[in-house]
Design a protein around this ligand. Structure first.
Ligand code: GDP
Ligand code: MG
Length: 162
């Protein structure tokens, strides 16, 4: 079975996307960074493929100045087991230093990465596309995990990249 890890800094909507892709509200969604303490896994059919999807705590416990070090500790296990990473950024917040650090780390991992710009209801996704492209992970895929926009396209991308 293919393994996919959802990664990214706190509060970008990883758990919301996890629930959307799994089709059930398994992960706790909260607007307070730090709510996802444990790693959640669930089986799902994505792009016609049977996958094991992992939601991660990501950087929740890390202080901003120690992000590169701490994110390895918290997310390395999920990434090591994964065949594909979904890297989530927040289309409303724009690219932050934590996003850049995370992107550098993901690029070095050599794993296939789908860059997802979440919270991109309406036109927000296209507005941040150029900025996100600078992360060196290709074109961002705008989605709204909360509203379901762009999720069909994400399924297609997953099928193409696995
Ligand atoms: P995580 O920390 O990355 O797991 O983020 P969560 O899934 O817990 O979501 C953090 C906050 O972002 C919550 O308040 C969610 O309701 C909100 N959120 C998640 N997805 C979307 C979205 O597509 N659009 C908007 N506007 N808000 C979202
Ligand atoms: Mg979470």
């Amino acid at each position: 079975m293919h393994r996919i890890a959802i990664l990214g800094r706190p509060n970008v909507g990883k758990s919301t996307l996890f629930n959307r892709l799994v089709g059930r509200k398994l992960a706790i969604v909260d607007d307070t960074p730090g709510v996802t303490r444990d790693r959640k896994e669930a089986e799902a059919t994505l792009g016609g493929l049977s996958v094991l999807l992992a939601d991660t705590a990501g950087l929740e416990e890390a202080a901003p100045d120690t992000i590169p070090g701490r994110m390895r500790a918290s997310s390395e296990a999920a990434l090591k087991a994964a065949d594909l990473a979904i890297f989530v950024i927040d289309a409303r917040a724009g690219i932050t230093p934590a996003d850049r650090a995370f992107a550098n780390w993901l690029r070095r991992s050599g794993l296939p990465v789908i860059l997802v710009a979440n919270k991109a209801e309406g036109r927000l996704g296209t507005q941040m596309a150029m900025e996100a492209y600078e992360l060196g992970l290709g074109d961002p895929l705008p989605v709204s995990a909360e509203h379901g926009d762009g999720i069909g396209g994400l399924h297609d991308e997953i099928r193409d990249r696995l």
